[in-house]
Design a protein around this ligand. Sequence first.
Ligand SMILES: Nc1ncnc2c1ncn2[C@@H]1O[C@H](COP(=O)(O)OP(=O)(O)OP(=O)(O)O)[C@@H](O)[C@H]1O
Ligand SMILES: [Mg+2]
Length: 247
Amino acid sequence: MVAVEAISLTKAFGDFLAVRDLSFKVEEGSVFGLLGPNGAGKTTTLRMIYGVLRPTSGTARVMGVDVRENPLEVKRMMGVLPEDTGVYPRLTAEENLIYFGKLRGMEEGRLRRRVDKLLDILDLSEKRFVIADKLSRGQKQKLAFARAILDEPPVLLLDEPTLGVDVMSAREIRRMIGEYASSGRTVILSTHNMWEVERLCDRIAIISEGTLRYEGSREDLERLAGEKEFEDIFVRLVRGETVGKAV
Ligand SMILES: Nc1ncnc2c1ncn2[C@@H]1O[C@H](COP(=O)(O)OP(=O)(O)OP(=O)(O)O)[C@@H](O)[C@H]1O
Ligand SMILES: [Mg+2]
């Protein structure tokens, strides 16, 4: 089953086209990676999917629900890690999670267990009672990841989930993302980390200048790459050059 579908998503800011006619499908139980240079349109695409930015044209469907027609229902089905983390600076790490869990209608016992577990796994237990404003960049990022995954929604949208996160915690986050998809739920992430894409993503979309340059399985991309480094293939695709026969 298709969990998320982008249908000709287009976003213009004034006369600047940030995202151009972008379409892709993400299968349930998979990890889908959005890759592209700074300013490619990754964040703009994710923001249109989770309904905080209205597409100029086109739309997205999440579990069959159209985000333009039913934004609230779509939001309920998704956990989101936005580019700017969106943690509340005046609440403590724990309060950020509890507040969010209550908003999402989580049952008290389950909420407590999830908060304990996630703070522990992400090495944030020591910062439990520290206000988010006083957390480091990476700690805020981990807190935002914990919030996205807190009530285990069917779909996760993660904008550069391991950005600024130390090696141990990044490993943990990647492991959790992989596990999330294995359990039948769906993850879309944007990243600049090639290694992350190669190891974690079932399918990959490469975007530059708001345009989809490539979409396919990791295996297809590896085949295209042949003996070459994945990074070289990426650079050529971003430039709009053809690579092998499949593109
Ligand atoms: N609110 C806005 N108003 C005007 N232009 C915008 C706005 N948001 C994004 N843009 C422009 O749209 C383009 C795509 O931005 P976006 O944030 O989607 O890129 P990105 O692929 O996420 O980049 P990065 O890797 O740096 O996070 C950029 O050129 C950016 O300047
Ligand atoms: Mg971005």
